[in-house]
Design a protein around this ligand. Structure first.
Ligand code: FRU
Length: 506
């Protein structure tokens, strides 16, 4: 049965969505119907279609009592909007239906596992927060919360675990039929931990082990975990809060980390080997993965930074976008991310240039736009007269691409071989708030070039460096009329460019 609270959200969305013209949204990045969204949730294949939910507060552009919004797709690019599926309408989740995941059960039902939030008033006038794990079952459109909720609560926490920050279950099923869930928790000692639970029926859960913890080094609380095998390694993805800066790898505050290691399934022992950032840009958090029918592991993230999220640009009618779905592989010990290959089905006209010499600012015919898929190869030339850099001798000191460029506006990517850095900078994108606008990313040319695949989609830019070795995302709210692209170098650079228009018939 649809509760009053859920019906209200559905009605509100339907009525208010009308005032947002499709041109005011990105073409292939998901946004909420109206209002605010954050983390992707319940990313799963159900009856042959991809279902994707998201943390949703339809009533304003700010975070508020969390609902779950819902879309589905056949190809991860064209999404169909479905009614809101969950509202905070039970005692145990009255303060929010927080993040979680989903999977298809053998009996054909779609199972959601999410975190219920409940603030309980105490006798001394303060409140205590309870975060418990709950289930909901549905048919791909309508979902009913399980009558036995919550299914994991305080008494199933390990010693030292706190119920106030115990959330974001990621559920999966192993071949032998056993269900597992990795859930993050804040421990009494101030560390975040990833806890493993198991169940034979998905409703009765047993604590197995602590897989890993922040250990005073990788932030404090962790959020939105994922745990899977990829390319002979085991990966634990987490979004740590309150990180300390670490060179150019991690910046202060909220971050994303791929913890790469080995896993012994029998003893539930995860052995961490090394860690690197998942996305080195400004706006990316809380990613979640699923597996396609042909076996590809695909990840999608919230394309927004928490810290900047209170600064909603003027005139924006909804707030929050999800990243492009990214195919994950392993190469050279790193997590490799590339846009899902389905995006290529939407490629239109190609403008291609080979070995273009660049010094003063130039534009290339056919290379412009705000919805595109462009690869720029910056060739690493060596000439006797070239300047010495750590990468050898280069005939340029820096090379800059300006995008979403027009009038006073541009967003830039600037490669400096001497410091091996790529700086992404949106200071001139039209944002009028003093928030984070640039990031320096350590990059290394491969096979004589630095290769940048750049996706633009009206209000965002995602960059995939060296065939997905690194990724960096940012949102940009520049007027759409600013659609120029220019290239320039301090010195003499040589580039090749393939730029595809992207066309969406929906
Ligand atoms: C991460 C997060 C989750 C939580 C959700 C609440 O962005 O803080 O830990 O479940 O957002 O909206």
């Amino acid at each position: 049965m649809t509760s009053e609270c859920l019906q209200k959200a559905r009605n509100f969305e339907e009525e208010h969505m009308k005032r947002i013209h499709p041109d005011e949204r990105p073409c292939y990045h998901m946004t909420g119907g109206v209002g605010w969204i954050n983390d992707p949730n319940g990313f799963s294949l159900y009856k042959g279609e991809y279902h994707l939910f998201y943390q949703y507060h339809p009533y304003s552009n700010e975070w508020g009592p969390m609902h779950w919004g819902h879309v589905k797709s056949r190809d991860l690019i064209a999404w169909e909007r479905l009614p809101v599926v969950m509202a905070p309408d039970e005692d145990y989740d009255k303060d929010g239906c927080f993040s979680g995941s989903a999977l298809e059960l053998a009996d054909g039902k779609h199972l959601i596992m999410y975190t219920a939030v409940q603030q309980v008033a105490k006798d001394d006038g303060t409140t205590e927060q309870f975060q418990t794990q709950c289930m909901a079952l549905g048919d791909g459109v309508n979902y009913t919360k399980y009558s036995g909720n919550p299914v994991i609560s305080k008494d199933q926490l390990p010693k030292g675990g706190l119920i106030a920050d115990f959330r974001d279950p990621k559920i999966w099923q192993e071949e032998d039929g056993t269900f597992y869930s990795v859930i993050v928790d804040m421990l009494e000692d101030g560390n975040g931990a990833a806890l493993l639970y198991k169940s034979t029926d998905a409703f009765h859960w047993e604590y197995c082990a602590m897989l890993d913890s922040s250990d005073g080094k990788l932030g404090n609380m962790w959020e939105c975990p994922d745990f899977f095998e990829l390319g002979q390694k085991q990966l634990l993805l987490v979004s740590p809060m309150a990180m300390k800066p670490d060179g150019n790898e991690f910046h202060v505050g909220h971050g994303t980390a791929a913890i790469i290691g080995a896993y012994d399934k029998k003893t539930y022992t995860f052995t961490r080997e090394y860690v690197h950032a998942i996305d080195s840009g400004i706006d990316f958090y809380a990613p979640q993965t699923t597996v396609t029918p042909d076996g590809r592991r695909v990840m999608i993230g919230w394309m927004q930074a928490w810290t900047n999220s209170k600064f909603v640009p003027e005139g924006v009618k909804y707030f929050g976008q999800l990243s492009v779905p990214r195919e994950l592989t392993m190469r050279g010990g790193r997590l490799i991310q590339n846009p899902v290959r389905e995006l290529e089905n939407y490629r239109g006209e190609l403008a291609a240039y080979t070995d273009v010499p660049v010094s003063k600012e130039v534009s290339l015919k056919g290379v412009s736009g705000r919805v595109l898929d462009m690869t720029v190869h910056i060739h690493m030339d060596e000439s006797p007269a070239a300047a010495d850099t750590s990468e050898g001798k280069q005939s340029f000191n820096s090379f800059m691409i300006k995008l979403a460029c027009g009038g006073e506006y541009y967003t830039s990517l600037c490669y400096t071989p001497g410091t091996s850095t790529l700086r992404m900078d949106r200071s001139h994108s039209g944002y009028l708030y003093d928030i984070v606008h640039s990031r320096d990313i350590k990059v290394t040319p491969r096979d004589g070039e630095l290769k940048l695949r750049i996706l633009l989609d009206r209000y965002s830019m995602e960059v995939f460096i060296n065939d997905g070795e690194q990724a960096a995302s940012l949102t940009l709210y520049t007027p759409q009329s600013a659609d120029g692209i220019t290239f320039c170098a301090e010195g003499a650079a040589r580039i090749s460019v393939e730029k595809y228009e992207l066309r969406f018939p929906f």
